[in-house]
Write a protein that binds this ligand. Structure first.
Ligand code: GDP
Length: 300
C-alpha cells in the first residue's frame, strides 16, 4: 500500500537484521524496538501510541514466548503483527443496525474529509446488501453540499432528502429530524445524515453537530478522517470525540501516499473502532475495515 510503503520497507529491514540469529539478546531486542520506534514516528504515528506499542513489543520480545521459540526472529515479527492489530482496534467491528428500523447513521468530520463521498459509498454498498437507504443533506453550510449529495445519490441509485430549494440556509437540526420522520413514513430502513464540516475544528460547527446528534439519536455516528492529515489527526479526533461522541471511525483517502500515521493512531487514541476505509474517489472505492488484514498489509 503506497501509504505505508516506507514504513513497510523500514520494518522489513529491521526484521532482516534479526534473521538467522538464534537466541536474541536483550541488546538485539532493544535495537529492534528502537528501530521500530523510529520507523513509526517517521510515519507520523502519534507519540503516545508509539510509546505504548513499543513498550508492549519490548516486554513480549524479552519474555518466554520469544526465548523458547524455535525461530525467535519470526516470533518477534508475529508479536509486532499482533500488536499492530491491537492498535488498529483488534476485532473487526461491523455496522450495527437498529432493532426497529430505520437505522440512523450520522457522518461527522472536517470539510474535505470525504463525508459526502462516503455517504454515497455507504448508500451504494447498503443497497447492494438489500437495504433501502435514504441520504439526508444536513450540510447547509457549504453552498454546493446539497447538490453534491444529490449527484452522489443519483450515482448510487439512492434517494436524497434535502431542504426545499431556496431554503438552503435552513436549520440542519430540523432537516435531520424531518428526514427521519420521512424515512419512517416511506419505510426506508437506513438514514444516512451528511453534516457540515469546516476547515478546522470550530465550536459552532461542533455545537451544530452535537445538536443534530441529540435530536435524531443515531445508532451510529461515524467520524470521517482524511488519512493524509498527519499529526493533526489526534487533536481533530479528540475534538470530535468530545463534540459528537462518535461510535466508529472511517479512514478516507487511504489510497494517498501520505505517511499513514493518522490511520495508525486514531483507533488507539480514541478507543473507537475503524469501521470502513475509503480508497478512492469512485463510489466502489470502499471497504469494511479489518484490523488484521491492514496489519498484514503493513508488514507485507
Ligand atoms: P466532505 O467535505 O467531507 O463532504 O468531503 P468530500 O466527500 O466532498 O470529499 C472531498 C474531496 O476528496 C473530493 O474531491 C473527493 O472526491 C475526494 N475524496 C473523498 N474520498 C476520497 C478517497 O478515499 N480517496 C481520494 N483519493 N479522494 C477522496
Amino acid at each position: 500500500m503506497a501509504m505505508f510503503g516506507t514504513l513497510t520497507d523500514r520494518l522489513a529491514d529491521t526484521f532482516k537484521n534479526l534473521r538467522g540469529k538464534g537466541k536474541l539478546s536483550p541488546a538485539d531486542v532493544d535495537g529492534t524496538v528502537r528501530e521500530i520506534r523510529r520507523a513509526l514516528l517517521d510515519a507520523d504515528v502519534a507519540l503516545e501510541v508509539v510509546k505504548d506499542f513499543t513498550g508492549r513489543v519490548r516486554e513480549r520480545a524479552l519474555g518466554d514466548e520469544v526465548n523458547k521459540a524455535l525461530n525467535p526472529a519470526q516470533q518477534v515479527v508475529q508479536i509486532v503483527n499482533e500488536e499492530l492489530v491491537t492498535i488498529l482496534g483488534g476485532q473487526q467491528r461491523r455496522l450495527e443496525f437498529a432493532k426497529q428500523p430505520p437505522t440512523i447513521i450520522m457522518l461527522a468530520g472536517l470539510q474535505g474529509a470525504g463525508k459526502t463521498t462516503l455517504a454515497g459509498k455507504l448508500a451504494k454498498w447498503l443497497r447492494s446488501e438489500g437495504h433501502t437507504p435514504v441520504l439526508v443533506a444536513a450540510d447547509l453550510q457549504r453552498p454546493n453540499a446539497v447538490t453534491q449529495l444529490q449527484v452522489v445519490g443519483e450515482q448510487a441509485g439512492v434517494p436524497v432528502f434535502a431542504p426545499e430549494p431556496g431554503n438552503g440556509t435552513g436549520d440542519p437540526v430540523k432537516v435531520a429530524k424531518e428526514a427521519v420522520k420521512h424515512a419512517k413514513s416511506k419505510q426506508y430502513d437506513v438514514v444516512i445524515v451528511d453534516t457540515a464540516g469546516r476547515l478546522g475544528v470550530d465550536a459552532e460547527l461542533m455545537k451544530q453537530a452535537s445538536n443534530i446528534r441529540k435530536a435524531i439519536d443515531p445508532d451510529e455516528v461515524l467520524f470521517v478522517i482524511d488519512a493524509m492529515i498527519g499529526q493533526d489527526a489526534i487533536q481533530t479526533a479528540r475534538a470530535f470525540q468530545e463534540g459528537v461522541d462518535f461510535t466508529g471511525v472511517v479512514l478516507s483517502k487511504l489510497d494517498g501516499d501520505a505517511r499513514g500515521g493518522a490511520a495508525l493512531s486514531v483507533a488507539s487514541v480514541t478507543g473507537r473502532p475503524i469501521m470502513f476505509a475509503s480508497t478512492g474517489e469512485g463510489l466502489d472505492d470502499f471497504e469494511q475495515f479489518h484490523p488484521d488484514r491492514m496489519a498484514s498489509r503493513i508488514l507485507d
